[in-house]
Write a protein that binds this ligand. Structure first.
Ligand code: GCW
Length: 691
């Protein structure tokens, strides 16, 4: 064969064998239409055009059916909600029509029926927070570099290829109801508000706009002095106030639908009002006033803790509760789900429900900083469901976190929820094919905070993996459901609990390897001299010869008192404290009797063992599904599961062997023996630092 025919041959081979190869780039939006649809819509706009195009591209309903899209005010429809029936989508806004269309298509693809129904979003603002730096790197990003920012060399130039990617990104977000994006890291660059950078923001905003995605920015609180030439950034200084007003005006001139600012201030070394002796309220209100005339909001983070505090988990409540009622109505306090920091399991942050006169929004972390990066298969929806359903009891039984934040209990002017994005330039967007499910789940729960993780997993799997060509063939569909959908859904639903088991069971938290600050892998031993103690694991696990765990009772740090009764008493008493939080709230003896009759030490060992076994089981189950999935995604996930098994083993061995030095008890003889030496694991850790 000559060169030319060689190439033709290879192309042929590729198209024959790779017909079904999937790289994950199409996310959950793979469906192709199976017939035509006759769309009736009186209006035209770029958003409605997208709605029509989506219908034509992915219609799987009755061939030739008629569908009416109606923009008409209806009091029962809230925000960009919609009314859905078999042959009509009605909404107050064009964006509502688009959301209704995505829902209709989702129902078709997942085989769900449509009754006449109204769907309203739980939150007014459903926002992704990108921790993207202006040099293109991403803090806690595990899926490649930023889709928005380049390295310095390319500067702020915008290419068509990029615009196309942003469009795909916007489409994916709109399809799950996300309507806002903070384009840059909360650890913001001072350059963010410079005119060159804002020009780029304008370009991005233009691509996102037709999909209903508002653009927000994270900015440095000290911008007036850093880039504005002022001597101070004191929020009560008239020149500073004027500087922000002018800057906001400049932004709205080029981005008329700008959403507002997300601020990390007086937190982890970031500048803030406290540098000038002012409060969070002084700072937030000053900026909120500048945004008010344009309809913008401030999302002010409550992620604050100071070095050497007795208990970091108490701080946000202490700093923010006295300010309840002091914030403008266009300020929302953005609070992480747990009081420490996105750990595999935490009780909810006690500020939820407690701040009654201030808008509060949850911040979830989609990117898996503490949950295995994009290496481990961990479906986070179960964790978020647990969090949203947690009862704060603040206004009686049923005051769940969901209801205290979505306006059902407190009259908030604005409601919102944020998720720290896991999106990067990787072909499959999120690094791990299953990490896409976390992006998806965030959007779906932000739209409906009552959705179950089971339902979300089910719809995501059907859209993301169902064999395209077999949709109509019932027998094949059920075959696929039995052999793929059911077992893989099971893996997803168990995956977060498994991660808790093999890394931080029974309320343990923040015992990560500290070196290089990766937050991947165990490091309960990590405590080099001179390191801030609240950045070392022993601060959190407090293991010693008498027992293990953080005493947050009234005799300890008192964190339990920040919760409303009956929770406060329930957490205070080890006998009534849920065992999943035992070591979060209590320092208990190694021979403490657990509910199942085992002593704590044995329970700890068995739980680590269980976690490892669970991942080994995921591995076996995954191998079985090979015939029901394309080759590429099968092997990508297979190989990541191998690494996950190894790393779960390292977690188990590292933690059990380390804690054994304090418990001085044997590892129960019926569990698998460790395969790594503690010294080796500790040295490997040290080795890393020297590399
Ligand atoms: O979880 C911690 C992370 C930091 C992050 C910080 C925050 C953006 O380790 O990387 O900084 O929280 O949420 O501000």
């Amino acid at each position: 064969m000559n060169m030319k025919s060689n190439i033709v041959f290879f192309i042929l081979i590729l198209t024959t064998f790779n017909l079904h190869a999937e790289d994950g780039h199409n996310l959950w939006l793979r469906a192709k239409s199976t017939g035509s649809v006759n769309i009736v819509c009186e209006r035209r706009s770029s958003t409605l055009d997208i709605a029509k195009q989506e219908l034509e591209q992915s219609w799987q309903g009755k061939d030739g059916a008629k569908l009416v899209l109606t923009v008409k005010k209806d009091k029962a429809i809230k925000y960009d909600g919609f009314k859905l029936s078999d042959n009509e989508v009605q909404a107050n806004t064009e964006l509502g029509i688009l959301y209704g269309v995505y829902e209709l298509l989702r129902r078709q693809q997942t085989g769900q029926t449509i009754q006449n129904e109204i769907s309203n979003p739980s939150y007014e603002r459903r926002v992704l927070n990108h921790w993207d730096n202006l040099d293109g790197s991403i803090e806690r990003g595990y899926a490649g570099r930023s889709i928005f920012w380049h390295d310095n060399e390319k500067g702020y130039a915008v290419t068509d290829k990029e615009k196309n990617l942003w469009k795909e990104y916007a489409r994916a977000n709109a399809s799950i109801g996300i309507n806002g994006a903070v384009l840059n890291n909360v650890n913001s660059s001072k350059l963010m508000l410079t005119p060159q950078c804002l020009e780029k923001v304008k370009a991005i905003a233009e691509v996102l706009r037709p999909y209903g995605i508002k653009t927000y920015l994270s900015v440095k609180f000290s911008s007036p002095s850093l880039i504005g030439g002022l001597k101070t950034s004191d929020p009560l200084n008239p020149e500073v106030i004027k500087w922000w007003k002018d800057k906001v005006k400049e932004i709205y001139k080029i981005v008329p639908d700008f959403g507002g600012f997300l601020i990390k201030a007086s937190s982890e070394g970031q500048p803030g009002p406290q540098d000038y002796g002012r409060s969070h309220a002084d700072g937030a209100n000053m900026m909120a006033d500048a945004l008010k005339p344009f309809g913008g909001i401030i999302m002010w983070r409550a992620f604050v803790y100071e070095a050497n505090s007795k208990d970091r988990a108490c701080q946000a409540y202490k700093e923010f509760m006295p300010l309840d009622g002091k914030f403008r109505d266009n300020v929302i306090i953005q609070v992480k789900n747990g009081p420490v920091d996105f750990q595999p399991r935490e009780p909810f942050t006690p500020l939820f429900g407690a701040m009654k006169k201030t808008s509060v929004m949850p911040e979830l972390q989609i990117t898996q900083e503490y949950l295995g990066h994009s290496i481990q298969l961990v479906f986070l929806a179960t964790m978020w469901e647990e969090f949203l359903k947690s009862d704060t009891y603040q206004e009686g039984v049923g005051s769940t976190v969901a209801r205290t934040t979505d306006g059902s209990i407190f009259p908030q002017k604005h409601t919102a929820i944020a998720g720290v994005a896991n999106i990067g330039l990787d072909t499959n967007w999120s690094g791990h094919h299953f990490a896409q499910a976390n992006w998806y789940a965030f959007g779906r729960m932000a739209w409906n905070n009552q959705l179950t993780s089971e339902k979300i997993a089910d719809e995501w799997l059907k859209q993301t993996f169902s064999p395209k060509e077999e949709k109509a063939e019932n027998s094949n569909v059920s075959d696929w459901q039995k052999n793929f959908l059911i077992p893989v859904k099971q893996i997803m639903l168990e995956s977060r609990e498994a991660a808790v088991h093999y890394s931080m069971p029974l309320g343990l938290h923040h015992i990560f390897a500290g070196i290089k600050n990766t937050h991947y892998g165990p490091g309960p031993w990590f405590a080099p001299k001179g390191t801030r103690i609240d950045w070392t694991p022993p601060y959190y696990h407090k293991a010693d010869s008498t027992g293990i765990g953080f005493d947050r009772t009234t005799k300890g740090s008192g964190a339990v008192s920040q919760y409303h009764e009956p929770l406060s008493s329930q957490f205070e008493n080890p006998a009534t404290c849920p065992e999943i939080y035992l070591l979060w709230f209590h320092h208990v003896p190694w021979d403490y009797k657990m509910k199942d009759g085992r002593i704590l030490w044995d329970e700890l060992c068995y739980t680590y063992e269980k976690g490892v076994n669970e991942v080994r089981q995921f591995q076996k189950d995954w191998d079985k599904i090979q015939p029901y999935i394309d080759a590429q995604r099968f092997s990508d996930v297979q190989s990541k599961l191998r690494r996950q098994c190894r790393d779960a083993q390292i977690w188990k061995d590292g933690c059990i062997l380390y804690f054994q030095q304090y418990s001085r008890r044997p590892i129960p003889f019926d569990i698998e023996r460790p395969v790594y030496d503690l010294n080796y694991l500790m040295k490997t850790d040290l080795y890393d630092i020297l590399k």
